[in-house]
Structure formats: C-alpha cells, structure tokens
Design a protein around this ligand. Structure first.
Ligand SMILES: [Zn+2]
Length: 499
C-alpha cells in the first residue's frame, strides 16, 4: 500500500531555496535504502546470467531489463511508456563506388586508390555541382589546421542539392557531415588535409548510418584539384546496405506535478556486449529506479520523468533519438536533466559533472542552470562531510544531447577506466595508480564490481537532487532562447567524444 504524505505546499516561497524541497529531500533519501538498490543490481546480474552474460541493446538481456524496470514502475503507479531506438547492426558495400568529374572536364577517379566509400555511408547516385567548404589551401603547416565544416556557419552560402567538399581537420567527420546534411548537401566528399603523412585516402567508420546519401573520402590530390576549379560538376555513386535493429527507451512519469515543468532523471539501461554491466550502468539505473519507486509517496510539484535509455553504449542513441524526437513545445517543457552513469565504481571518487566549467578542462560550461545543478550535488556531499570533485562535461553520456540543445544538466560519476591519482586517493581513499573501475566494459563488471558505500551514498544523492527539483526550480534560469538557437551555438566537441 502506498502511503501519501501531504505537505504544506502553500508555505513554500517560490523565489528561494524551498523548505519543502529540503524536507522532501531528507525524507526521500531516508526511503531510498542501499539494500533495496542492491536488490535491483542482483536482479540485473540474474538477468545477464540467464541471457548470455550481457544486457546489450538488441539482446534478450536488455529486453528483460526493460521488463524489470517497467513492471516495477507500473506497479508503483507510474505511467510507463517506451520509445523506439534504432541502431546499426551491419553495413556492407554492394558495388564499387563512383567518383567522376562530369564537367568542365570528364575525369574518373579510381576507387580504392583515389577515394573510398566511408563505412556507414548511405546509398545514392548524385550528379551535382561541388562546393568547397572553408578549406585551408595550401594546407596549414601543422596537422589539424583546418576547421572545415566544423561549424554550421561554414555552410552559410551553401546551395542545397550540391555536393559538399570538406577537408580533414580539427573536428570529427561526423560533425562535418551533420552540418552538411543540415545545410541540404546531396553528398559529402571528404579529402585528406594535405600535410606530409596526411595525403592518402583511408578507410574509417563515420559512426552515423542515417545520412542516406553518399559519403566518400578522397586523397588530398583529388580534393585539392576539385577545390581549385569552382563550378565543377561531379558524379558520386555509392551502393551500400545498412542493417538497422530496434530497441527501446523506458519512460515513467509521475501522475502529479505541473506538466509544463518537467524534470527528467535518467540512466542508461543497456550494457556493453562484454558483460553484465553492473557498475556500468545497472548502478545508475538502480539508483534512479529506487528513487522513482520511493518518490511515488510524494505529491510532486513538477512532473518528474524517469528515463532508462537504450543503446547508450552504441553512441548515446536512445537519449539522442529521444531529444531529436521532441517537439519544440515538449523540449521547452523540460527544465533540466539529471544523469547517472556509473555511481558505484569499486575504486570510486565522488565526481560531479562540471556544469560551470570551474575546472577549466575539456568541454565548456553547460547551458545556464547547469552550474546550479552542480551546486545542488556539492551541497549534498558537504552536508554529509564527504569529499567531491568535478568531472568534465565531455558529452560522453546521455546528458550530451540535452546540453547540446540548451537544456541544463548535471549528474554524478564515480570514475571509469581512468587511473586514480595520488591526490584523488588522498581525497577519496582507495588505490592510487589503479583504475576507478578495473572492470570497465569487461566481463568482470559483475555484482562483485560495485562499492556498496559509494552506491548507497550516491543513490541518496539521486534522491536528494530529484526531490529538490521536483519541488523547487527557482535556481534554474528561464530558457528564452529558442532551442534551435541554443543548438546552433558553437560548442567544441572533443575528438574522443566522437563515436
Ligand atoms: Zn555507462
């Protein structure tokens, strides 16, 4: 039987730290017990053991994980839905590609020598004028001088329907091709940057299979030649097959709370193929799940939407497709996003996403409000007398698509494959010179691979932050800028974040 606790909502002042949110945070953290969080972990281990040892997207272990969280949440009274997530399962090239100049001079380039089809490229047969995008020619003295195609602004004068010719350089190929697609390109021809050792064409997987147009990679000589003769018409043809699998995100929403103010709290539900994924990320899943199960007792002021993402390990696919599928109005209603990906690492640190970029490393600050979210977690650890540190907002987990479109975000992380420094060991305890999670993305990420103290503390932190924002959004500045404008603001994406 669910007990409903009634709270004096009317006494809460709107503009300052609300005593109601503080009171609920205390009550909810008491209800979220480490032993119950661990029970969920045992269930995810059992699911993996019974289904080939993993819970990866597309596997029976994943589908059972979906059933487990859905049924728990449904029984707790939540409105549970799923959204489809597509992921690539295979790619093949069915015929040699074609790249030729049609006019002014007919000239055919040799596949496998002058150019290659980029893995994951779509199929297409395009004849159109080529347009060079912001190239540095002759090439700069050092590798990665060119920023060609990295910014949407590089395509300002681009004619839709043309073929984009884009030089290798500072940012991931996927970022360049995304911008080309957004600008209406009919095909993309990449070419090598041109410094010594960077002249040949080579094979790589662009990691995005939904362009639906040819993407080829030419050597520097070809790119240089095409860039030198504006108005050239090109014929590009690729014949490929993309196999697509389908999986699901699980979403569970409170029945109470203002539907115009939505707080999204998420964790990825999938593991890698290599193992059961208990720290990564049954830990975050279990903390969020138990918070949801206990929050059912409280009449929240804002709608809380718990999200269990699919196919995160394949490149944040579940959260990315979810955010892309939101209407403008739905996007505006989401006031913030909290993310929990690995919260019980064996050699843990208490890391908070660096929303204000106070650490000044890696990616810039998150959207306005992210700094306040970081402060909320800092206050949680301070109250318990626990140490904490920032961790770069690199975009490597499901908060990525939220911050990219202007939604403030924050969350926790206890460390992955990175090595704990002596300074971090002095701060958090544990073993210096060893990884935070020695079983990261390996078969030993099992129920034995979790520090229960860190898991317990951080599950309380999930509860405290969820309660805070379920009742009090006064610290989050209103978002006036349209999502599209926020999305087009240049944001440096570190190379390692590219999938
Ligand atoms: Zn993860």
């Amino acid at each position: 039987m669910a007990t409903v606790i009634t709270l004096p909502l009317a006494v809460a002042p709107a503009a300052q730290a609300s005593p109601v949110s503080d009171a609920v945070a205390v009550l909810l953290t008491k209800k979220v017990k480490g032993a119950n969080v661990t029970k969920h972990l045992r269930e995810f281990q059992r699911i993996a053991d019974a289904n080939g040892g993993n819970r990866a997207a597309g596997s029976a272990g994943y589908d059972k994980s979906v059933e487990y969280v859905s049924s728990k949440l449904r029984k707790a009274g939540y409105r549970v839905t799923t959204t489809d997530v597509e992921f690539p399962t295979g790619w093949a090239e069915l015929a040699p590609p074609v790249l030729e100049q049609v006019s002014p001079n007919a000239k055919t380039y040799a596949p496998g020598v002058d150019f290659l089809t980029v893995t994951s490229s779509g199929s297409g047969d395009v004849t159109a004028e080529v347009q060079v995008i912001d190239a540095v020619l002759p090439p700069g003295p050092n590798p990665n001088t060119s920023t060609a195609g990295c910014e949407a602004a590089d395509f300002a004068g681009f004619m839709p329907g043309r073929i984009a010719l884009i030089q290798r350089g500072t940012c991931p190929y996927q970022q360049k091709a995304d911008n080309a697609k957004a600008a209406g390109a009919a095909a993309v021809v990449f070419f090598n940057e041109g410094q010594p050792g960077r002249t040949d064409s080579y094979a790589f997987d662009i990691g995005e299979w939904r362009y639906g147009f040819p993407v080829v990679f030419a050597d520097f000589a070809v790119g240089n030649e095409l860039a030198a003769s504006p108005g050239t018409r090109l014929h590009v043809k690729t014949t490929t097959r993309v196999d697509v699998g389908r999986t699901k995100n699980v979403l569970a929403e409170t029945r109470t709370g203002d539907p115009d103010k939505v707080v999204v709290v998420g964790a990825h539900l999938d593991s890698v193929h290599e193992g059961a994924g208990i720290n990564d990320n049954a830990s975050g899943t279990a903390g969020v799940l138990e918070t949801a199960l206990q929050l059912r007792h409280f009449p929240v002021r804002h709608k809380v939407r718990f999200a269990f993402w699919g196919a995160e390990e394949l490149g944040l696919l579940g959260s990315t497709q979810y955010v892309q599928g939101l209407s403008r109005a739905e996007h505006d209603r989401i006031k913030l996003y909290l993310n929990f990906d690995m919260i019980g690492s064996p050699n843990f640190g208490y890391f908070i996403y660096d929303g204000d970029n106070s650490d000044a490393v890696g990616a810039p600050a998150g959207p306005p409000g992210s700094a306040q979210i970081e402060k909320t977690f800092e206050r949680f650890y301070q109250k318990r007398g626990l140490p904490f540190a920032g961790t770069d907002f690199s975009g490597r987990s499901d908060y990525g698509p939220f911050i990219e479109t202007g939604i403030p975000a924050g969350g926790l992380f206890t460390g992955g494959e990175g090595i704990k420094t002596p300074e971090q060991a002095a701060l958090f305890g544990g073993t210096a010179g060893a990884p935070f999670d020695p079983c990261y993305h390996t078969p030993c990420d099992s129920i034995a691979n979790v520090n229960t103290t860190a898991l317990d503390v951080n599950s309380d932190a999930v509860a405290a932050a969820t309660a805070t924002y379920a009742y009090d959004l006064s610290g989050i500045p209103p978002r006036n800028a349209p999502a599209a404008e926020a999305a087009s603001a240049p944001r440096a994406i570190p190379e390692h974040a590219a999938h």
